[in-house]
Design a protein around this ligand. Structure first.
Ligand code: ADP
Length: 267
């Protein structure tokens, strides 16, 4: 009940210590924030990218670990195709234009179009290496872009990474279902604090008159946040400019000030 996720200073014999990955000496990561969603395609990678970019613009040292191992999309959005260099112990994560350190399975496989068909234990090992054998060095924030749902990777990350908290992403359409509830309950069961809820694709702004239109129905951010006792972090519009920049590998050129209120609540 009183878990503070700092196993080093805790005398409880809960067994969690045994599952935690050990930190590597050169890595000092102050906060780890996981971005989750109940299902794919709702904008988890979008929100991860925006949060990381806005943090980097504020001057923080930021990393993104693309833990969406079977559907990685972060390197492409940031225009990173570089091979990962390394020595016998550590992999050196490529760095984006804003200085964000990025690690993803897509940077390690020969052909990023090939599917990753690996079972749980292999995924677990990859996650361990991404934590221990990547030279993150000093980071203020490491964002984890998690796979959708509540599977093996989520379990490993929540048991073995010292995650400080979670941001849940959904859309107005998904919010009406129990999908947010599943993500909330997973975090509760695993003693992981939740920073709050981001509603993506909440509305679209008419480029002519600026009127807000709600293609998936009116925002349900406040309602669902209340239902699950979550902080409503922000509502993001559907913005075709964002998509264009992702396709060009230039997501860092996007104006991320729209998410700055949410960023304030993660500091
Ligand atoms: P997930 O990580 O949840 O699978 P993504 O963030 O990859 O979802 O988003 C799925 C697709 O929708 C991507 O092509 C992304 O660029 C696009 N997308 C997501 N959110 C927005 C948005 N607010 N405006 C425009 N396009 C978006």
């Amino acid at each position: 009940m009183s878990c503070n996720h700092d196993c080093k200073s805790c005398s409880s014999k809960c067994g969690k210590q045994d599952l935690m990955f050990e930190n590597s000496e050169p890595n000092k990561i102050k906060k780890i924030i996981a971005v989750v969603s109940g299902k794919g395609g709702v904008g988890k990678s979008t929100v991860t990218s925006m949060l990381a970019i806005e943090m980097a613009k504020k001057g923080y040292k930021v990393g993104i670990l693309d833990a969406d191992i079977t559907g990685p999309s972060i390197p492409k959005a940031f225009g990173i195709t570089a091979d990962v260099a390394g020595d016998d112990k550590m992999m050196y994560p490529p760095t984006s234009k804003l200085g964000i350190k990025i690690m993803s399975i897509n940077l390690l496989i020969d052909d990023p179009r090939k599917p990753v068909l690996w079972r749980g234990p292999v995924l677990g090992n990859i996650l361990k290496q991404f934590y221990q054998n990547v030279l993150w060095e000093d980071l203020d924030y490491l964002f984890l872009d998690m796979p959708p749902g509540t599977g093996d990777v989520q379990l490993t990350v929540f048991q073995s990474y010292p995650v400080d908290g979670v941001v849940i992403v959904s859309t107005p359409q998904d919010l009406v279902s129990m999908i947010v509830g599943k993500a909330v309950n997973m975090c509760k069961q695993m003693d992981i604090p939740i920073y709050g809820l981001v509603e993506n694709m909440s509305y679209i702004e008419c480029p002519g008159c600026g009127e807000k239109l709600y293609p998936f129905g009116l925002s349900k951010l406040e309602e669902i946040a209340n239902e699950y006792e979550l902080e409503p972090l922000c509502a993001l519009p559907i913005d075709p400019t964002f998509n264009e920049l992702v396709d060009m590998g230039a997501v860092e050129n996007y104006d991320t000030s729209i998410i700055s209120n949410a960023v304030e609540k993660l500091l």
